[in-house]
Each structure stands twice: as C-alpha cells, then as structure tokens.
Design a protein around this ligand. Structure first.
Ligand code: UD1
Ligand code: UDP
Length: 352
C-alpha cells in the first residue's frame, strides 16, 4: 500500500511524526513524505525532523511563503506532479493549513482518495483561513479521522458521518510519548536563563498578528503581568512586533524552539497564554491552565472548569484570566487513549 503524506507547517511535522512511526516497520506500507516548504526556517522545520526522527522528505517542494492563492496554487501544481508520478493508494493530509487543502484538492482531482487526520474540527468562524481549509478538506476526503467526539458530531451535522471514524488525537499520543522521555532525562534541556516562575506565551493567528490593535492589546496585557513571560516568537509575529511596538521589559522574546524544548517549557510554566490550537491541548494534557486569546476554540473539551479560558484580546479580560485560580479538577479523557496513530494505521490498512 502506497501512501503519499503531505505536510508543510510546524504542527504537521509533530502530528506526522507520530503516525509515520506507526507506518515504519509495516512491510506492506510504503510512505512517501512530501514537504510543501510552507515552513522553511531551520527552527520551524528541520529541527522537528531531526528531533522527532522523521525521515527526510522524499520531495521538498520548496513553495515557501506567499498570498493564500499563490501559496496554495504553487503547492497544488507541484503536488500534482508528485501524485502523477507516485500513483499512491491514498493521500494523507493533516490539520487545516494551506498545505492541507492543496494536498486534498490536488489528490481528489486525480481520483486518488484522501484521508484527513484531525477531521471535523470547527471554530464556526469562517473568517479564519483554517476554517475554510478544514471544511473543504473534510467535504472532499474519503476517510475522516476525528480526534474527539465533538469532531464526530460536527461531521455528522454536515452529513459526513459515513466517512468518519473516531481515532483520538495524535497530539495526545505525541505528548504522552515525548513527555515521558523528557521526564526521564531532565538534564537534557538547558534551562539556563529561564526563570522559576513564568508564563509561556505564543501568538501567530492572522486575526491577532494582522490587526495592530489586537497585538498592542496583547502586549499591553503582558506588560501588566507581575512575572516574566517567555515568548517564543513565530516568524509571522516577529515581523509585526518589530515594526509596531516596544517589547515590555518582562517579556523575554526568544526564537521558536523545537518540540521537546517547547514541551519542557510548558511542563514548567505557571500558565500558558496562546492563540495556538496545538498548544491549548498540550497545556491541558500537561495540567497547565491555558488562557486562549481568541473568541472561540475548536478544542471545546478543554474549556471545562476553567482549564482553558477564552479571553479575546482585551487586556482586562486577559489579566482577569491570568489572576484566576488554577483549577484542580480532573481533566477529561476525551482525546483517546494515546493510540490514535495505531488506529489510523489500522483503518488505512483496512481500506486497501
Ligand atoms: C500557518 C497555518 C496556520 C498554522 C500555522 C502553524 C495557513 C493558512 N496557516 O500559519 O493554520 O496554525 O502555520 O504555525 O496555512 N515565515 C517565515 N519562515 C517560515 C515560515 C513562515 O519567515 O519558516 C513567515 C513568512 O513571512 C510568512 C509568514 O511567516 O509569510 C506566515 O507563514 P504561513 O505559513 O503563510 O502562515 P502561518 O502564520 O505560519
Ligand atoms: N511549538 C514548538 N515550538 C515553538 C512553538 C510551538 O515546537 O516555538 C509547537 C507546540 O508545542 C505545538 C505546535 O508547535 O505542538 C503548535 O504549532 P502552532 O502553534 O504553530 O500551530 P497550531 O497548532 O495553532 O496550528
């Protein structure tokens, strides 16, 4: 069975690491890895392949950055060439980026079935580019691997239940797998310069970075926090903050870090503040309260008992959440049993 996997952005490397590990060693599965080149800086791409032992891509399409249409269109042209050459049984896509929609659209137009990992997520906010990528990809995919029962319900509501199956969340698998190795090698990561009590922050959503008022509000909130904020900055955000604002003195801007260092920073943080989809869940899995600087989340399971608080970008709301009590209630096990990768392998295997 030949599978072409299309990845291109940071969270997709992390998700694919878990699933590809399952494929390796299965004699009749041949995975061809295609990197679209959507993310290309060393610390946005290569570090994940190295640390997470993902095989080097068979094809790197080198598409890089651009407008939505340019980036997606260039990816489609180049993915089509790979698919015509490789003629896989399935194309596997992850999440909700432009690499996802480019992979799924190119594939179905060649009548090659598509399997979508992280299907059924919805923010119900169509101004997010990710929401369009998800809706379209789910509509045209043949196999919808849903990480939560909420995702299954969303797919049912759109008439897509026939293609859907619950797998659990591959990012939960990843956290269990890599957090164990971090805990058993505590000396592995250099935490020199990282304060004892800190808040971990990331921001990269277009709705926050492309609106100066939002980014200024977020930095204003950070400046009013009584302790340091460790802020690994996405390149999109670095561009914006370097041109529009002074960085508050308690905010430690650092370059993006590898996944293992990020997990370690999350494990040791007082709280997490983010607009990232993946980091909201990692905070939850690791028992850290998350403040999500958005008005909605796809990961509604994390909201119970204030484990995750949606604040939008008004400083008062953000600070109120930062000062709220840390929950002590048990977290729910709605993200599967840490074996989502194995379920995906089994379902794909069963289809050919
Ligand atoms: C993309 C995804 C988003 C996902 C995020 C994960 C889309 C529409 N968005 O957003 O869903 O949450 O990845 O991080 O697919 N840049 C660099 N170096 C890089 C990569 C990007 O400098 O290696 C800069 C470029 O200026 C680029 C900008 O970041 O224009 C945005 O990159 P892009 O991949 O278009 O979107 P992200 O914001 O990363
Ligand atoms: N991440 C990382 N280094 C960083 C910031 C984030 O490894 O400097 C990881 C984070 O732990 C999570 C994933 O990247 O696993 C989330 O990616 P991102 O926030 O870019 O995208 P999203 O999940 O919002 O699509």
């Amino acid at each position: 069975m030949k599978i072409v996997t299309i990845i291109g952005a940071r969270p997709q490397f992390i998700k694919a690491a878990t699933v590809s590990r399952q494929f390796r060693g299965v004699p009749d599965i041949h995975e061809i890895l295609v990197h679209t080149g959507q993310h290309y800086d060393e610390n946005m791409s290569e570090v994940f392949f190295r640390e997470l032992e993902i095989p080097l891509p068979d094809f790197n399409l080198g598409v890089g950055s651009g407008t939505h249409a340019y980036q997606t269109g260039m990816m489609m042209i180049k993915i089509e060439e790979v698919l015509l050459r490789e003629k896989p049984d399935f194309t596997l896509v992850y999440g909700d980026t432009n690499s996802t929609i480019a992979g799924s659209l190119s594939s179905v137009k060649l009548h090659i079935p598509v399997a979508h990992v992280e299907a059924g997520l919805r923010s119900f906010n169509r101004s997010m580019p990710e929401e369009i990528n998800r809706i379209v990809t789910d509509r045209i995919s043949d196999l919808l691997f849903a990480p939560t029962t909420t995702a299954i319900k969303n797919l049912e509501n759109e008439g897509l239940a026939g293609n859907a199956c619950f797998t659990g969340d591959v990012m939960y698998d990843s956290v269990l797998y890599y957090a164990a190795s971090i805990r058993s090698n505590p000396e592995k990561f250099n935490t020199k310069g990282i304060p004892g009590l800190y808040l971990l922050a990331t921001i990269h959503r277009a709705e926050n970075t492309d609106n100066p008022e939002n980014i200024l509000n977020i930095l204003e909130a950070f400046s009013r926090i009584d302790y340091p904020v460790i802020f690994p900055v996405h390149p999109r955000t670095r561009k914006v903050i370097s041109s529009i604002a002074d960085i508050p003195s308690n905010v430690h801007v650092i370059n993006p870090v590898g996944y293992l260092e990020m997990l370690k920073l999350t494990m040791n943080a007082h709280k997490v503040i983010t607009d990232s989809g993946g980091l909201q869940k990692e905070a939850y899995f690791l028992g850290k309260q998350c403040i999500t600087i958005r008005n909605e989340t796809e990961w509604v399971e994390t909201l119970h008992d204030h484990w995750n608080i949606l604040t939008g970008t008004l400083p008062g709301k953000i600070l109120e959440a930062i000062h709220s009590n840390i929950p002590i209630s048990p977290r729910k096990t709605e993200f599967g049993n840490g074996k989502a990768g194995a379920v995906i392998l089994e379902k794909l295997h069963g289809r050919v």
